[in-house]
Design a protein around this ligand. Structure first.
Ligand code: PHE
Length: 507
């Protein structure tokens, strides 16, 4: 046999055990493999999968097995009804009455016995007025019928493979299958045999007596190191290209993964995470952010208001008075505290960072928050009514707009976005205001990412903040769409199992 190019040392002990148990020239059913190898069914299945992948073994088609059922067996031992009819006639019983008295046939068997015996041409019938119906045997009645022969064959061999039957036997099988409880059909279990490569490897293993492969060490343990044994140990080589089965364990949602990645990125830049409530007063969501009370964003079509619910105390009186003043002076209208007391589902995370500033009045801070926001919008491929925002602020001495752009650039780099630029834009609460734009290679165009700017004096002064505050925020789903190359944001929430599984954990 030709020598294989195969390194038999690379075989896993399970594989060599299996190869040991398979005869070179005959196939072996799985159950016999388990018996011969003492391996578990799982080990066998895994080993066979590896061997199959390496083209060392192959599965042969399971065959259809025929055995005799109760009536089939008794027909071989006591004769088919038509045969017993012949015997009865032979014993001189030539009429139905006599045949029944003879007790070789039951009443229920008479019809089938006569019809079969006639089609075998074993008997002839005569009917005269004098004698009534009488039976006579022909010379052929001594010859065994094809049905009898096939039954006998199966009886003697106990099981017969359907594939081993001749065409005429297959035709007879069809006839026999019509007789109840004669023949049982069973599918054989899977069989395994060696391919040509497998045969040559087996040959090599035998001549090299290399089944000692089992003695190769599979893992290095501390005892090997401590004793110095590792120097002389022969390790089993590992096949790094071996195919493994695809595993689909439970995992976090890709959006959660991205949120964690973003959290990690800001934390590594020295930011501290804070949290806030989904329900906010319009005061913190809008008024404190110098958003006039007739601003379009405050309309019911854009914002979810809590019906008939108001907050009793907005903040300390001085702060509320300060806000009322900046609206009066800045926007020139009489500010209505009732509108500020309405409750909303936060439309952005900015009230969270703003409240933090009001409560702690820091001279220096690097803060971020991540969470759900709500907008009363029509759901579409690019809009959801609930989505997640990431928001951050930095305050300190001598900070500038350049720092804001620098932090953005650094953060985007950390989550894998390199091509960015900044664009001027407008927010009621920042001045100057910017928008970061990132380049999408798939769409070949620039896409808006975060809104940002320096909080206006009208925002920070009423809170008692002295230093400049850089602030930015934007949607996380939008980043997720870019990262996972989705053209419809709703796909993130459809939870299609195929899609979830298709994403690798590390991108
Ligand atoms: N709140 C803005 C939004 O929801 C983003 C933003 C945050 C803009 C902070 C400027 C400063 O889009």
């Amino acid at each position: 046999m030709e020598k294989s190019q195969f390194n038999t040392e690379e075989l896993h002990p399970i594989e060599t055990k299996i190869l040991d148990a398979i005869d070179t020239f005959t196939e072996i059913p799985l159950t016999s493999l388990i018996e011969k190898t003492n391996l578990t069914i799982d080990q066998i299945r895994r080993g066979l999968q590896w061997l199959k992948f390496k083209n060392i073994i192959e599965y042969s088609k399971p065959s259809t097995l025929l055995t005799l059922d109760s009536s089939g067996k008794s027909s071989v031992e006591h004769g088919l009804p038509e045969r017993r009819l012949v015997t009865a006639i032979n014993e001189g019983n030539t009429t139905i009455t006599k045949i029944l008295e003879n007790k070789r046939l039951m009443q229920s068997e008479i019809n089938i016995a006569i019809s079969k015996a006639r089609s075998n041409k074993w008997i002839e019938l005569t009917n005269t007025e004098k004698t009534g119906l009488t039976f006579k045997l022909t010379g052929k009645s001594k010859v065994e019928s094809e049905e009898e022969l096939l039954l006998k064959k199966i009886f003697l061999e106990k099981t017969v493979k359907e594939a081993d039957l001749s065409n005429s036997e297959l035709a007879i099988l069809k006839v026999l299958l019509k007789r109840p409880k004669f023949i049982t059909i069973k599918k054989d279990e899977e069989n395994v045999s060696l391919t040509d490569l497998g045969k040559s490897i087996k040959d090599e293993l035998l001549t090299k007596k290399e089944t000692q492969n089992e003695n190769l060490v599979t893992s290095l343990v501390s005892e090997h190191l401590v004793s110095g044994k590792w120097k002389n140990i022969k390790f089993r080589p590992i096949d790094l290209e071996a195919e493994v089965t695809m595993a689909a364990p439970g995992r976090t949602h890709p959006l959660t993964d991205l949120i964690n990645e973003i959290r990690e990125a800001f934390t590594s830049l020295g930011f501290v995470e804070i949290e806030g409530d989904y329900i906010q007063s319009a005061f913190w969501n809008f008024d404190a952010l110098f958003t006039p009370q007739d601003h379009a964003a405050r309309e019911m079509q854009d914002t979810f208001y809590l019906t008939d619910k108001i907050i009793l105390k907005l903040a300390n009186n001085k702060l509320v008075r300060n806000i009322a003043n900046v609206h009066l002076e800045g926007w020139k209208y009489s500010w209505d505290i009732k509108k500020a007391k309405k409750l909303v589902l936060r439309t952005h995370t900015t009230p969270v960072t703003l409240k933090y500033l009001a409560e702690t009045k820091p001279d220096e801070a690097r803060i971020f928050t991540i969470g759900r926001v709500f907008r009363n919008e029509k759901v579409s491929y690019k809009h959801l009514v609930e989505f997640n925002q990431i928001e951050g602020i930095v305050t300190g001495k001598n900070i500038t707009l350049r720092d804001l752009m620098g932090i953005q650039t650094e953060f985007y780099k950390k989550i894998g976005i390199k091509k960015i630029k900044f664009w001027p834009t407008y927010f009621p609460y920042t001045e100057p205001s910017l928008q970061s734009m990132i380049y999408n290679d798939d769409l070949k165009k620039w896409i808006e990412l975060f809104g940002m700017g320096i909080f206006r004096p009208e925002v920070v002064e009423p809170l008692g903040i002295r230093n400049l505050v850089l602030a930015w925020g934007g949607g996380i789903e939008r980043i997720a769409m870019l990262k996972y190359r989705l053209s419809d944001v709703r796909e993130l929430y459809a939870n299609k199992i195929g899609w979830l599984r298709s994403l690798s954990k590390c991108q």
